[in-house]
Design a protein around this ligand. Structure first.
Ligand code: 1CP
Length: 343
């Protein structure tokens, strides 16, 4: 049986458009909440191959997506480097901030693979347990987005601390990015060795960066990761997701040399079709809040997205992740709409 998502990324699109959804494993599913409840902490959950495998498979059983994304988090990488990472209920991630030479010196690649090894075990189990036609997607955060958490010690609205370090202390900031490039390249290669068919690099916070710095902080680290992963795994497609990067999107695609790009909800599709889709496979880009509303508005928008992008390689997805209040029956209707569409 053919993995149509993988083939689409390799430039061989099929009549039916493949699909998966960001945060397809998550709190909108009662069976996810059930398992999540039994995990001592969110990081333990990510490092538990039984639980992580099970929640990755849950949405596939319900909806038959063409892609299954490994259940883990982008903060596994700083955790593997020795930074303390934890999740507080209602507050999101917390880390001991790395914002001085002294705190930077405490991070190290030594022991990284041992610390995160259970994630590779989850990938390996998934590659055996998933139906043959489902593409297994590994992932990591991009260095810039992970650095926002590493340096701030939490999520933040404007990423003030990380920007100010990038401008004011480029030497320390550069060292942090370089270490994240090293760790992320190895982490993605190990996921591919364990059985991932595709990897995605999430740059969720790449909005509103001045152009010269977009090159330094977003494009260069990503290009380096792509080059290193490709040197070892030439056959494995890489999807980039520079979320909210606006008019920098096409430059990102051309310069990082990703095989596919995820489009956020605001990317105009006629423009995407005429620019980025000429170069690579595009993925996206339904507003996750439309899946909360459901009904005709959701179905019509899905059809518009499918129609606009049907002339080239396209993977249907959201423009960002499902929100917890998404009704599971709307996901079923959306999945059927996509499965019934023909290019
Ligand atoms: O309690 C819970 O269940 C927590 C919710 C949750 C989930 C389901 C978190 C905490 N992480 C995850 C899993 C996850 N995270 C996946 C795999 C599952 C899937 O997509 O089906 C992936 C790919 C991620 C990646 C991730 N984590 C990103 C990049 C994608 C994005 O959403 O922009 C980011 C920014 C994170 C950080 C993070 N992890 C969790 C939260 C609440 C956050 C965001 C915090 C913030 O707003 O800064």
């Amino acid at each position: 049986m053919t993995k149509i998502l993988l083939e689409t990324l390799k430039g061989n699109p099929s009549d039916r458009v493949p699909f998966w959804f960001m945060r397809q494993a998550g709190r909108y599913l009662p069976e996810y909440r059930e398992i999540r409840q039994n995990a001592p902490s969110f990081m333990d959950f990510c490092y538990n191959p039984d639980q992580a495998t099970e929640v990755t498979l849950q949405p596939i059983r319900r909806y038959g997506m063409d892609g299954a994304i490994l259940f883990a988090d982008i903060l596994v990488v700083p955790d593997g480097l020795g930074q303390k990472v934890w999740f507080e209920a209602g507050h999101g991630p917390k880390l001991t901030p790395v914002n001085t030479e002294e705190t930077y010196a405490e991070l190290s690649l030594n022991g990284f693979h041992d610390k995160v090894g259970n994630v590779y075990e989850t990938v390996s189990r998934l590659s055996k347990e998933l139906p043959e036609e489902v593409t297994l997607i590994g992932f990591a955060g991009a260095p810039w987005t992970v650095a926002t958490y590493v340096i701030e010690g939490a999520g933040s609205k404007d990423h003030a601390a990380v920007r100010q370090m990038g401008y004011g202390n480029p030497e320390l900031f550069g060292k942090i990015l370089d270490l994240l490039v090293d760790a992320t390249s190895e982490y993605l290669c190990a996921q591919i060795d364990a059985g991932a068919n595709v990897v995605q690099i999430f740059d969720s916070w790449s909005a509103a960066i001045p152009e010269p710095y977009f090159h330094k902080w977003i494009i260069e680290p990503t290009r380096e990761i792509v080059a290193r992963v490709r040197a070892k795994h030439n056959e494995t497609p890489i999807i980039g997701f520079p979320r909210l990067s606006g008019a920098m999107l096409e430059t990102y695609v051309l310069e990082t040399k990703v095989d596919g790009v995820s489009l956020d909800t605001g990317v105009p599709l006629d423009w995407a079709r005429d620019s980025v889709q000429r170069h690579v496979c595009v993925q996206g880009n339904m507003d996750p809040h439309l899946v909360v509303s459901g009904g005709d508005a959701m179905v019509n928008e899905a059809t518009r997205i499918l129609d606009t992008l049907k002339g080239g390689s396209h993977i249907f997805n959201l423009g960002h992740g499902f929100v917890p209040q998404t009704p599971p029956e709307n996901v079923a209707l959306l999945s059927e709409t996509i499965k019934n569409f023909r290019r």
